[in-house]
Write a protein that binds this ligand. Sequence first.
Ligand SMILES: [Zn+2]
Length: 278
Amino acid sequence: MNLLGIDFEDWYHPELIQRHLKTQNNKPTVVNGIDKILDWLRKNETFATFFVVGELLELKPELLDKILAGGHEIGFHSMYHTRLDSPNYREKFTEEIKRFDALTSKKSRGFRAPTFSLNHNSAWAIDVLSENNYVYDSSVVPAKTKLYGISDAQTRPYRITSKNLERDDPSGKIMEFPLLVTKILGRKVPACGGFYLRALPLKIIENAIRHNNEQNIPASFYIHSWELTPEFMPKVPLSFIENFVTYYNLGNTLKKLDRLIKKFKFTSFSRFLSEAKF
Ligand SMILES: [Zn+2]
């Protein structure tokens, strides 16, 4: 069994786009793709966790009902898609998690950090999650990239604490589900979705999932809402690299992920946790 997390955000949330925006008054468009995503999951008899950027629930409260009605799970992806390691964010994050709890009637039990920004400068977030009765996190990518990654972290799910982000700590109350990585030419590389799903040959990702499953480790996989519904994603002028990372092969994402979920079994984190024996 593997894990599917859909990072549900709008076109103005990705970090590589957000840094170019001058105004806060951006009109959401990607939210309109929700029905297409839900239909696709239903046809594939697959449940997913939607890590939602909270402000979208304030703008479109019906999103929550639609997600839950499909048998899926709601999770937290911050209120505005702010990096956890932004200066002095702890207090604001604590307010945000309470606001999200109110918006979702405390149904959210899991968290995904925007841009996987859980690291040694933002380890406090694990304490805040724990204080607010969260039970799991999926923000650790055990491979170093330019924007994120904790290369020493273990790949099997473990109890994470703010003092120990990399390994199992029996005193930990939060279960960490590290994202799928693989090795290419001896180097650890993310194989967990998003840009890597778009850029890597499907064979490499399939082998990474199989490798995990052979060791009884669930592959934690993610995709952005806007990658599944690129027709609702406007084209924002970016630098060459940012443009490549954001838009490369966007039109083929759904097709590639569709092949993966037909080949491997995926489910939501909450369903996995209720069935798993740890
Ligand atoms: Zn995100």
